[in-house]
Design a protein. Structure first.
Length: 118
């Protein structure tokens, strides 16, 4: 994480896009546990995300059939499903539009006007 980047903003973005980050991380084909995800988030962003946040996101992704979980000994490992792979590929393909939207959102002196009905 860039030293000049506000840590609170980074944490907010990671939490808001946690589902996308998990799908992207699983797209390499390696199963991950919730603890693995927590460790990666700490390593990559210097953030300690609560297990409750990570596991609720994993359960939500599993309910929506984006990931599939399987228990092994005392851990539950998650893998990407075909639906999850299609979702993350679509997101990656749309990244230019996402970045353009964020750039527009963060423009200096940007004013947002509510559209008025005729």
């Amino acid at each position: 994480m860039n030293a000049g980047f506000p840590k609170k903003l980074c944490e907010r973005l990671v939490k808001d896009f946690l589902d996308v980050w998990i799908l992207k991380k699983l797209s390499n084909g390696h199963p991950l546990s919730g603890n693995d995800i927590i460790a990666f988030l700490h390593y990559e962003f210097g953030l300690l995300i609560s297990p409750g946040t990570v596991y609720s996101t994993l359960y939500s992704l599993e309910r929506e059939s984006f990931v599939e979980g399987a228990s092994s000994e005392r851990k539950r490992f998650y893998v990407l499903t075909e639906k999850g792979r299609a979702a993350i590929e679509a997101t990656v393909n749309d990244r230019t539009q996402i970045l353009r939207f964020l750039a527009e959102l963060l423009k200096p002196n940007r004013t947002f006007l509510r559209s008025q009905s005729p």
